[in-house]
Design a protein around this ligand. Sequence first.
Ligand code: ADP
Length: 160
Amino acid sequence: MKTAIYPGTFDPITLGHVDVVQRGLKLFDQIIIAVADSSKKSPMFDVQTRLNMVNATFAGENRIQTLSFDGLLVNLAQQHQATAILRGLRAASDFEYEFQLSAMNRKLDANIESVFVMAREEYTFVSSSFIREISSMGGDVTTLVPEVVRPYLPPIKDKR
Ligand code: ADP
């Protein structure tokens, strides 16, 4: 049984994240979505709300487990017998950060492999920060997030 852990802030979860998970399910038997506390990033949604959104997105999918965490990712992976860390890549701009992160995680535990997948082209520009920014100004981003996330976003302002 191959298990991967997919860590992130998910503030909020987007269809880009969902696409990454779906690709991961082709490679692994089980995926653990680990919602990072990330309080230093001052997230828009508290960790329990972010976890609730992730749970609602994948309700009924028995190959997906979810949890929240605020410790070291490699320790969490070890606890759950995960052999891989799943991450997504969008543009070249993601590379530098992901490169450093995977090198650091490898230093901490050489047995855990980082695996990167690219989401569908139409999601390459989708990020949680973009969703937060546009929705806070009343913009309509509903087609970029799972349906269950829509009620959590600020109301859409009429253009007229
Ligand atoms: P973090 O704070 O750990 O970067 P995020 O929730 O922003 O958390 O992202 C988690 C992972 O999902 C990262 O590897 C990020 O690159 C990836 N990701 C997010 N959105 C997309 C997308 N639209 N396409 C591909 N990967 C994505």
